[in-house]
Design a protein. Sequence first.
Length: 135
Amino acid sequence: FSPTDAMTIAKTKIHMLVPLKMIPFQFPHEFFVQTTFGEHKRSARLFNISSTGAAIEFFELGPLPEEESEAKLQLLLPGHAEPLWLPARVVWSGKLAKVEVSPTITTGLQFMDIDEKTRARLWDFIIANETSSHA
């Protein structure tokens, strides 16, 4: 094949690899996290997560983070003594569009300023859970 074909293949492989980390993984089991926003701390169920953000569900009534506000997600990974603290920006909040009546409020978070060590630890967690859910 020609150099042009090689560039097309290289671009395709790069394009296919980069978005993989942005595809959210939905957990097949209950996994709870702590969130902090403003003066409030709340527990939430981790609905899905990627290396760039997460969706969480609040079950009980209480204050909710406002869109575009800052929040922190505390994630205690199995096998680790120290939790990950993931600074985030609230990008959306509300019930899921596919659900007409829902007792939960789902909030979308976009991670901000995560160092490479934390991002690698988060990615390892995602891969380990994604792989085990298909076993």
